[in-house]
Design a binder for this molecule. Structure first.
Ligand SMILES: [Zn+2]
Ligand SMILES: [Zn+2]
Length: 141
């Protein structure tokens, strides 16, 4: 039995063409294991970060963009958390009266306020009734 940690090293560090190379799982490339290519990370058994420097930068850029997007939707208004409704564009307090609960959202709320969500549901229902009425009219003709 090979311990998992050794296996992990064998999968990510290899001696290739006279050089010790480390595998970056993001760009799927073997790059020389040095501090030009990888950040030092003492906690990792290899002594290097998992991703190469280029990928690491990309990754943190992506993460901060996501955080910024979230920040645009939520705000702290004098201690009250508010959500920007993406349909009516109004800031409303983040609570169950204003927003339906949705597990997919960051804070657990939908990003459309209840009024807008309900309006949309109503429009859908009305459209359905209209279609139905049209169909009934067709049959009558
Ligand atoms: Zn990479
Ligand atoms: Zn709204």
């Amino acid at each position: 039995m090979i311990p998992d940690k050794i296996k992990q090293v064998r999968n990510s560090i290899r001696f290739i063409e006279g050089e010790i190379k480390k595998y970056c799982p993001r760009c799927k490339q073997w790059k020389p294991a040095n501090h030009n290519n990888y950040y030092a990370k003492s906690k990792d058994i290899t002594g290097f970060a998992n991703l190469c420097k280029a990928c690491d930068r990309e990754y943190s850029k992506e993460r901060s963009t996501k955080a910024r997007l979230t920040k645009d939707i939520y705000r702290n208004n004098k201690g009250t958390l508010e959500i920007l409704c993406r349909d009516c564009g109004e800031w409303k307090e983040a609570n169950k009266d204003n927003f339906h609960l949705g597990s997919k959202s960051v804070l657990g709320f939908y990003t459309s306020c209840k009024l807008c969500t309900n309006k949309k549901a109503l429009t859908k229902k009305l459209n359905f009734i209209n279609t139905l009425t049209n169909e009934i009219n067709l049959i009558k003709d």
